[in-house]
Design a protein around this ligand. Structure first.
Ligand code: G3P
Length: 214
């Protein structure tokens, strides 16, 4: 399962991207707002991200109707061949996704809350879907079970799952076990993945032993 970072906060992203463990970075208007990045600053952010990852950078359209989404998505893609366009799983977004994919623009269908939308995204030829795990759970749905069904319905379709809205490292483990293709993590959850007090205690023993042997 591949790991991505769901953030536009370059102070938090820098050290995490430097580990080399994260395949790319996903953003959306909410992520940009949390990092105080204006829409006219997105090209600069994308350039900064592309310099620090060999993977893909995902940027979301903000238009409402299919024609405008298609136009905006094509314009975003023109920034880089490592930019994947994110489009919400609305009727207009799915319509625009089909047109973008037919024009050769890799697209992720986002804000996915159920297997029905996964079926639609595959019909649109989307490279990815982004199920919102945390929000599904907070809406009273069984988020992990819904993602498992999406993985199942997408098998053989060419559309992969990049799960977002993740609340804990335990979610990451459960998603890997369920066969999700990738997850995208806020900086807090990404950093929490590394925390293991028992490992730290063992390393302290190694250090003490090594010091005694010098
Ligand atoms: O990328 C998904 C993100 O914007 C939604 O996640 O944490 O607001 O539920 P969250």
């Amino acid at each position: 399962m591949d790991l991505y970072l769901d953030s536009a906060d370059i102070a938090a992203l820098g050290p995490l991207l430097a580990t080399g463990l994260f395949r790319g970075v996903t953003t959306n208007p909410l992520i940009l707002q949390r990092a105080n990045v204006r829409l006219d600053e997105v090209p600069t952010l994308v350039e900064w991200l592309l310099e620090r990852t060999d993977g893909d950078v995902f940027v979301q359209t903000t238009a409402q109707d299919a024609d405008d989404i298609k136009r905006e998505g094509s314009r975003l893609r023109a920034m880089s061949d490592r930019l994947v366009v994110k489009v919400p799983a609305t009727r207009d977004g799915l319509t625009a996704t089909r047109r973008l994919v037919d024009a050769g623009v890799p697209t992720l269908v986002t804000a996915v809350y159920g297997p029905r939308q996964a079926v639609l995204a595959a019909a649109a030829g989307a490279q990815w879907i982004a199920p919102y795990l945390g929000r599904m759970t907070e809406a009273g749905r069984d988020g992990h079970e819904q993602v498992a069904r999406m993985v199942q319905v997408l098998r053989g379709s060419g559309t992969r799952t990049l799960v977002a809205s993740i609340r804990s490292p335990e979610d990451v483990v459960g998603l890997a076990a369920a066969g999700a293709d990738a997850v995208t993590l806020g900086a807090d959850v990404a950093q929490a993945l590394f925390d293991e007090p028992l490992t730290e205690a063992a390393v302290a023993q190694f250090d003490a032993a090594a010091a005694a042997l010098r």
